[in-house]
Design a binder for this molecule. Structure first.
Ligand SMILES: Nc1ncnc2c1ncn2[C@@H]1O[C@H](COP(=O)(O)OP(=O)(O)OP(=O)(O)O)[C@@H](O)[C@H]1O
Length: 201
């Protein structure tokens, strides 16, 4: 049984046609990789799936038990507050604060959950790790990662690969849009997004 379906999704920004009749079915346990040139529309597709943007045509059909977590472009945080405050605040918004899970994720990425330094003091890679954690910390069953490895060092990329394989094993579905093909991730399908079309490879 599918978790979500993109049916005939098209999107333009004025005269720029970005997505043209995109069809995609996502099932539990799927790990999908989408790649394509800068500006081909990867983030736009993710934003439509997350209801941040509206498609001009087509629809996103969601199963009743779908819960989406996402890292899209630069994750936004309350800069004056700590990692702890930000993650607890975001999780609390949906009543899904699971401190043990958040601590495990911070430990995986070697972030100190108890460090009270403000987020504005975090490096690019540290912020990216925090963005990955906020995307998965509520045990959602569908995770969208847009350029997840941006700013990550080799060790963090390996930890990220480990996290993805673990999520897939638990039946979660993961969609990664990236220029980096992660060799240790067990992708179930890969796609090229080009000239508005999503093509299975
Ligand atoms: N809100 C917007 N208004 C106008 N144009 C937009 C808007 N959002 C995206 N675009 C344009 O749509 C195209 C697709 O952008 P998008 O961010 O989806 O690409 P991408 O595949 O994620 O690129 P990258 O690999 O560089 O992250 C780009 O040409 C971009 O300039």
């Amino acid at each position: 049984m599918y978790l979500l379906k993109c049916e005939g999704i098209s999107k333009s920004f004025k005269s720029l046609h970005v997505l043209d009749d995109i069809n995609l079915t996502v099932n539990p346990g799927d790990c999908l990789y989408i790649h394509g040139k800068n500006g081909c529309g990867k983030s736009t597709l993710f934003k439509i799936i997350c209801d941040i943007l509206q498609a001009d045509q087509g629809q996103i059909v969601k199963s009743e038990d779908l819960s989406i977590g996402a890292l899209i472009e630069n994750p936004g945080f309350i800069e004056e507050e700590s990692l702890h405050y930000n993650l607890a605040f975001l999780a609390d918004l949906k009543n899904h604060y699971d401190e043990q899970r958040i601590r495990e994720l911070c430990a995986l990425f070697q972030l100190d959950y108890d460090n009270r330094s403000p987020m504005k003091s975090y490096s690019v890679g540290m912020r990216q790790k925090a963005g990955i954690i906020q995307a998965v910390m509520e045990n959602q069953n569908c995770i969208l990662f847009d350029e997840p490895t941006r700013g990550l060092d080799k060790e963090a990329i390996e930890q990220f690969e480990h996290l993805i394989n673990d999520l897939i094993e638990k039946g979660c579905c993961v969609i990664i849009a990236s220029h980096d093909y992660l060799p240790n991730v067990h992708y179930t399908k890969t796609y090229l997004l080009e000239s508005g079309k999503l093509m299975a490879e």
